[in-house]
Design a protein around this ligand. Structure first.
Ligand SMILES: [Fe+2]
Length: 351
């Protein structure tokens, strides 16, 4: 992959936000429907995934456009379009600096690769944990389950790490047992308002090194030695941030997504008690009675059926989904894998 960073500064105007900055350029200088570089890049975003292109805004008037091309041909084709845009912007007094091309070797999945695996919301794998055996073993760890995150403490959601940053199970505030977007947000010097959080998660990029992502967590905890978890051995070497969730009645997660294009990890999910656990995915284009607090939309979600206790599933966590427990002591296997696991997972698929 080849990355180009274009730094644009408008010395005449001070912008209060990235949105203002973006709107100014989109409205006055580079319309997404007519500007040749933007039209070209949009086609590639559509094909490979929108997060190959992102803007970082620096107050008061500078934007860094990050364009990542998958092939040399696609990069080469963008050069004259960028030169033309530079010429146009500079004539209008805008500073426009183009970086040298940088080679990026991050392993990512394109949309095509992603959907060749995620053919359903949940794809069953040939990995199954014996639930009775697991319940007997996990009973020995009641004091190590910690609250999931800093919000919604009125709801009983707990977790214990399988793979985290240091292999310990008694960390206070372990980011492996936390909504990771929220964890990253809390580390930033930003006012902790819902608007700022929404803005933060919409602008996060895993091509930048300023946040923790699933693949940063690689140290196994002693929980991985439970004999009931031996079925995980075939994916153990690929496991990144993973934990066991324990929910009691009313434990839930509101509509969210955990992955985006281009994906840099896979997610597996399973539960000990599917009768008392609902995992629901959004049905696109249908209005419903579930509020999406991130977008403000009223949406329709449907519960996944025929889930087997203890079985692991490849989970399409790029789709909006929510989840809730209607009984106590419902466990979930919340597992992420690095992309070296793709062949193993493909072979483990049962459909
Ligand atoms: Fe999720």
């Amino acid at each position: 992959m080849i990355k180009i960073i274009t730094t644009i500064t408008n010395p005449k105007i001070k912008f209060n936000s990235k949105e203002e900055f973006k709107n100014f350029f989109a409205t006055n200088l580079a319309n997404e429907k007519t500007d040749p570089l933007r039209v070209y890049n949009f086609k590639l975003m559509e094909k490979y995934g929108e997060k190959f292109f992102y803007l970082i805004f620096e107050k008061p008037n500078t934007g860094r456009l990050n364009h990542i091309y998958l092939t040399e041909e696609e990069y080469l084709e963008s050069i004259p379009l960028r030169n033309a845009q530079k010429h146009k912007f500079e004539n209008l007094g805008i500073l426009y600096h183009v970086s040298e091309p940088q080679i990026i070797n991050d392993r990512v999945m394109t949309k095509e690769e992603y959907y060749s695996l995620h053919t359903h919301n949940l794809v069953p794998l040939d990995i199954k944990i014996d639930v009775d055996h697991f319940l007997l073993e996990i009973e020995k760890y009641p004091n190590y389950f910690q609250r999931w995150g800093d919000k919604y403490k009125e709801y009983p959601r707990y977790a214990i790490p399988l793979v985290n940053l240091n292999g310990k199970i008694d960390n206070i505030d372990d980011p492996a047992c936390y909504p990771l977007d929220r964890w990253n947000f809390l580390q930033k010097n930003i006012e902790k308002t819902p608007e700022n959080f929404t803005n933060f998660i919409q602008n996060i990029s895993h091509f930048e090194k300023d946040n923790l992502f699933e693949y940063d967590f690689t140290v196994k905890t002693e929980l991985m030695d439970l004999s009931s978890l031996k079925p995980l051995n075939k994916i153990k070497e690929f496991m990144t941030r993973s934990c066991i969730l324990k929910w009691d009645t009313m434990g839930h997660l509101l509509p969210h997504f955990d992955t985006w294009h281009p994906a840099k990890w896979l997610r597996l999910w399973g539960t000990t008690n599917p009768e008392n656990m609902r995992l629901r995915y959004k049905i696109k284009g249908v209005k419903g009675n579930t509020i999406n607090k991130i977008t403000g939309d009223m949406e329709h979600y449907e519960t996944e059926k025929n889930i087997e206790p203890g079985r692991l599933y490849l989970h399409d966590s790029l789709q909006w989904h929510d989840a809730f427990a209607i009984e106590d002591n419902v466990y979930q296997f919340f597992i992420s894998l690095n992309l070296n696991s793709i062949d193993t997972i493909r072979k483990s698929m049962r459909i």
